[in-house]
Design a protein around this ligand. Structure first.
Ligand SMILES: Cc1cc2nc3c(=O)[nH]c(=O)nc-3n(C[C@H](O)[C@H](O)[C@H](O)COP(=O)(O)O)c2cc1C
Length: 202
């Protein structure tokens, strides 16, 4: 799909048809992470792809209070998504990379201007969203509160040096009128171009 066609379709979808997504399609979507940019080519992004019923039910259970579920009186989101992807980061990859000679500044690891590991997780999540749309599917993002992240870490054996950044849901879209109640351009205008993009001088 042409980028100009794809981008206007980009929106969070929080309700999915029950059909499973074919494995090859999921693989194409998640493999885009390898093309994401990363600071110093640290490649700190990690994904945990959850497609089996028990795992998906566990994600919905753990995020039930924080996420958007049938119990919130809207269309069920986490329970219906056939694919959950935990977008994670391994911060230590960045420290390892930036302690290599070509990255040292005065013999030391740089003072991090911002945490590049979260920047790169964001770039990875955007690729997942766009790749899902390119496959004719839809996707959504949920934050993962700290206590939920701890529970997911235990349930799915996520190692201590890998941090969960966000959850991406993927599947065939189902009607989601509740979308209009909570979010985005249905309820509030986008910020004006000159508020978000300045030219030449702030
Ligand atoms: C880091 C991040 C966390 C988000 N967390 C949630 C969330 O917990 N629950 C939710 O309903 N939407 C969540 N969203 C989706 C945003 O609410 C959504 O992107 C925003 O309202 C704009 O809507 P649009 O993506 O449909 O244009 C999250 C998005 C991002 C990027």
């Amino acid at each position: 799909m042409d980028f100009r066609e794809l981008l206007p379709r980009r929106r969070m979808v929080r309700h999915y048809r029950p059909d499973p997504v074919p494995r090859e399609q999921v693989e194409r979507i998640v493999s885009t992470v390898r093309r994401a940019p990363s600071g110093g080519y640290s490649q700190g992004q990690r994904l945990l792809v959850i497609t089996q019923d028990a795992g998906r039910a566990e994600v919905a259970r753990v995020l039930g209070d924080a996420g958007w579920t049938a119990s919130d009186d809207r269309e069920p989101w986490l329970e219906t998504a056939p694919v959950h992807v935990l977008v994670c980061t391994r911060e230590e990859d960045y420290h390892e990379r930036y302690r290599r000679p070509d990255k040292l500044v005065d013999g030391e690891e740089i003072e991090w201007p911002v945490p590049f590991w979260f920047v790169d997780a964001g770039a990875a999540l955007m690729l997942l969203l766009l790749a899902a749309i390119d496959e004719g599917l839809a996707a959504g993002v949920s934050g993962v509160p700290r206590d939920a992240a701890a529970a997911l870490r235990a349930s799915f054996g996520i190692p201590d040096d890998v941090e969960i950044v966000t959850l991406v849901t993927i599947g065939e879209p189902a009607p989601d009128p509740g979308w209009s109640a909570v979010t985005s351009r249905r309820t509030q205008p986008r910020r004006a171009p000159d508020e978000v993009v300045r030219w030449e001088r702030w």
